[in-house]
Design a protein around this ligand. Structure first.
Ligand code: URA
Length: 411
């Protein structure tokens, strides 16, 4: 097969066969198809889309680029959740240890920052020593011990997504339904799940801008999950303002810990419980109890210890990642907040250094926002509507201007 001819066919909106899709993914994963050709292919898919059949071929080709987890016959129900990505979305950091308090195993394979959204793996790596590179054997051993593992795509599981995900992040090819379906569902199918809950977001800070687009994405993922024997539920959530009050890698871990200690922002706690309840065995009341009585928080300590970190560092993460400049942003007027735009905050966070502009870039764990005001709150001119954590005074100033652009209140 001739790679430029396949790219050309997709560029012109033509269909690819299962063999052709598998060929492209195999050549890319094994290093014979370079990034520039895969970037061109991803852009062609972005513009021309894929049929349901092609999307399934792509998902299965990416799944088969690695193996699937296998569990002992005595394993309990295997469950997970995945989000299509949003600003300040740190629910996985809470939900995975919370669900592991239940009679289930949670083998969560996540991704890094993608486009304007942050990624679970980057957030976890802000915990010193935490390793997201876990082999299949280690993952199953850890599940037997504590019921949860949080890991990245590896040579064992979804190596094709590991490479393609990193490329999409920096080539403006993220918001494509077939590419999102294949990326998410290849990882979730590799986990050999019994049940999956998908958090599909729509709005300014999501890849799907409207609810109908989100519903089309949700249905496509549910169809793939169902066809592969995974009980797949979908919840839809607006993403027009950041989730919680913090955006940025270490800052989001700090906020997730607050929820695991029974506090934290109400929207974040509620969303985590809504999602976890969909796949839990014990039910919502018990999940709430585990957040409030320290059980879920203790599970996070176990998870961190198992994956190379020191649980004591969780108590001093803000200190460990203190940004050189911390600056308040003040409300320019008085009234009820009607807008704290997620897209604007996400882009400002990238500009501060929380994300990548080239594959392999290092990121700054310390930068971002906290104490962000929420839509519906009432403020007076001069009140603090957020804090910027920046590497320099000029970066903080630029971020402050952006926050003001994304903010509106009405008296
Ligand atoms: N999450 C993923 O894992 N992949 C995507 O493409 C989007 C969100």
């Amino acid at each position: 097969m001739h790679i430029p001819t396949l790219i050309e066919r997709k560029r012109d909106g033509g269909p690819l066969s299962e063999d052709e899709v598998r060929f492209l993914i195999r050549e890319f994963t094994e290093g014979r198809l370079p990034d520039y050709q895969m970037s061109a292919f991803a852009m062609a898919v972005y513009f021309k889309g894929m049929s349901a059949d092609e999307t399934t071929f792509l998902t299965l080709a990416m799944l088969d680029s690695g193996g699937k987890m296998s569990y002992p016959a005595t394993a309990p129900r295997i469950v997970d959740k995945h989000s299509t990505g949003g600003i300040g979305d740190k629910t996985s950091l809470i939900l995975a240890p919370l669900l592991a308090c239940d009679e289930v195993w949670v083998p969560m394979i996540s991704g890094r920052g993608l486009g304007i959204t942050g990624g679970t793996l980057d957030k976890l790596e802000s915990i010193p020593g935490f390793s997201v590179n876990v082999s299949g054997d280690e993952a199953v051993r850890q599940l037997g011990k504590i019921g949860v593992v949080m890991m990245g795509q590896t040579a064992d599981f979804c190596p094709a997504d590991k490479k393609l995900y990193a490329l999409r992040d920096v080539t403006a090819t993220v918001p494509s339904q077939p590419l999102i379906v294949a990326s998410i569902m290849s990882k979730k199918l590799a986990e050999s799940l019994d049940a999956l809950v998908l958090d599909v977001k729509f709005g300014s800070g999501a890849f799907m801008k409207t609810r109908p687009e989100a519903e089309s994405l949700g249905s496509a993922m549910q169809a793939v999950g169902g066809a592969m024997g995974v009980e797949t539920r979908v919840l839809y959530h607006p993403m027009d303002e950041p989730l919680g009050r913090s955006v940025g890698n270490a800052l989001e871990v700090v906020e997730a810990i607050q929820v695991l200690e029974g506090g934290g922002p109400g929207d974040l706690r509620k969303m985590t419980l809504d999602l976890a309840a969909e796949v839990s065995v014990a039910g919502r009341d018990k999940l709430e109890q585990w957040l409030d009585d320290g059980t879920a928080r203790a599970k996070l300590d176990e998870l961190v210890a198992c994956q190379g970190g020191d649980p004591d560092d969780l108590k001093r993460l803000e200190e460990i990642h203190a940004a050189p400049v911390i600056r308040e942003v003040h409300a320019p007027g008085s009234g009820q907040i009607t807008r704290m735009d997620a897209d604007t905050i996400g882009r400002a966070s990238l500009a501060l250094g929380a994300g990548r502009s080239r594959t392999g870039d290092s990121i700054d764990f310390s930068v971002g926002f906290d104490r962000l005001a929420k839509v519906g709150e009432v403020v007076k001119a001069g009140d603090v509507i957020g804090r910027i954590h920046a590497a320099s005074a000029s970066a903080a100033e630029e971020a402050g201007e952006r926050v003001e652009e994304g903010f509106q209140c009405e008296s």
